[in-house]
Ligand binder design. Structure first.
Ligand code: GLA
Length: 408
């Protein structure tokens, strides 16, 4: 697998806060597209997943929350029937005729917004006459496991909803993001990311049962426990292929195990006893993937119970076991992420943590008692740099209220 350590890419590409984005992003828009009517500016958050790793596409439960970092989109309606897309992060910009958009991906960053437009046009072909200029940017590390792709998709849906006056429900934007990423971009992602980006609430984790799509907002006190997100700086170019392979391995596990539990509708339904009795029928690697999934389902249910009774230590302990399982059974970790978890585990005020997102690089998330932030910084800085030659980026995130137009 190709991998690269790229600290600058791991850093927030545009280090502006949500509060400054309205002016800053609108000004950059005018520099790129020229002055004229003032652009409107929109925001959609990223997300961090605390429990339920790689469960969404197996019908299991997940516990993410939206974070106060994400995607900014400045937008202006124009008379010509064209879609102009530029980005503060990327060199390439695109101008496409709305009446003849490509129906396959271009292999460029614009595939995410293009996927949203394509999904919208399926049911509303009349929109092809209404042009728009879009400038994308944001303060979320790209490709770091914080759902930058769902963030850009939901932000695009939110923006076009407002500019084209579509009157979409939050759930419709979530569905558009899913269609864009799965069918246009071609990643077989689960439902967690757009749900978290589109539906999470501050001060809560989003409990999403991916089997029946039932959601619940579980209170999570970010005053009592801070969310540290630490970027390993590792980005793997082939992560999408590896991700799709895990999806296929889980599908293979389910199709073999279902023979022994015919009422099961997804891997999550398989009981551990069934798995234990028949694991030898599976290729060893497929069995490891299934073991992770089934035990992570049990851990995630117990993590929710722990939160409900205010037992944050138990919740955090599950995160540590989850990391070990992602490392040993699911095999989506890397030495940098493992080192971060080991180092953080030695900090008394750090209750626990694990890699977040798909893995293969990206970030770890840790639960940290207020007052222990400096100790975490010191421990990670001192322990990581001698081994890998650079310092990991550590940030503390708050929850977010979700996709919206930034005030005038
Ligand atoms: C990626 C996917 C999600 C989910 C996570 C792993 O972020 O986009 O749907 O599968 O990996 O939990």
């Amino acid at each position: 697998m190709l991998s690269s350590v790229n600290e600058s890419r791991g850093r927030a590409a545009a280090p502006i806060g949500i509060g400054e984005a309205l002016e800053d992003h609108a000004r950059t828009f005018e520099e790129r597209f020229g002055s004229g009517s003032r652009p409107r500016v929109f925001f959609a958050p990223g997300r961090v997943n605390l429990m339920g790793a790689h469960l969404d596409y197996n019908g299991g439960p997940v516990l993410p929350t939206a974070i106060d970092r994400g995607t900014f989109v400045a937008a202006r309606a124009i008379a010509a029937p064209v879609l102009r897309c530029a980005s503060t992060h990327e060199r390439d910009s695109f101008e496409l005729e709305l009446g003849s958009l490509p129906d396959v991906r271009l292999g460029a960053w614009v595939d995410y917004p293009l996927g949203i437009v394509a999904a919208l046009f399926r049911t509303r072909p009349e929109l092809a006459s209404a042009g728009v200029e879009l400038l994308f940017g944001g303060n979320l590390a790209v490709g770091a496991g914080l759902s930058s792709s769902a963030s850009i998709c939901v932000a695009t849906a939110c923006t076009l909803d407002a500019v084209w006056e579509l009157g979409l429900e939050p759930m419709e934007r979530v569905d558009l993001a899913l269609v864009a990423e799965r069918e246009f971009v071609g990643v077989q992602c689960g439902i967690m990311d757009p749900y978290a980006v589109g539906l999470a609430r501050p001060g809560h984790l989003l409990w999403l049962d991916c089997k029946d799509r039932r959601i619940e907002h579980v209170p999570f006190d970010t005053e009592a426990c801070r969310l540290a997100v630490v970027d390993s700086g590792v980005r793997r170019e082939l992560a999408a292929g590896e991700f799709n392979r895990r999806v296929a391995e889980c599908a293979a596990a389910f199709s073999a195990l279902r023979a022994h539990q015919p009422e099961a509708t997804c891997l999550r339904d398989i009981e551990l006893a069934t798995f234990d009795a028949h694991r030898d029928e599976l290729p060893a690697q497929v069995a490891r993937r299934a073991e992770h999934v089934l035990k992570e389902v049990a851990r995630t249910f117990d993590a929710r119970r722990a939160l409900q009774v205010g037992d944050i230590e138990r919740f955090a302990a599950h995160m540590l076991v989850s990391h070990a399982s992602l490392r040993d059974l699911y095999e989506v970790s890397c030495p940098q992420l493992d080192t971060l978890v080991e180092l953080a585990s030695d900090v008394p005020g750090c209750l626990g943590g694990r890699l977040t997102g798909a893995g293969f690089g990206g970030c770890c998330v840790f639960l940290v008692r207020p007052g222990a932030e400096a100790d975490l910084h010191a421990a990670l800085g001192e322990g990581f740099r001698p081994r890998f030659g650079y310092a990991p980026r550590i940030e503390f995130y708050s929850g977010d209220e979700g996709p919206r137009e930034l005030g005038a």
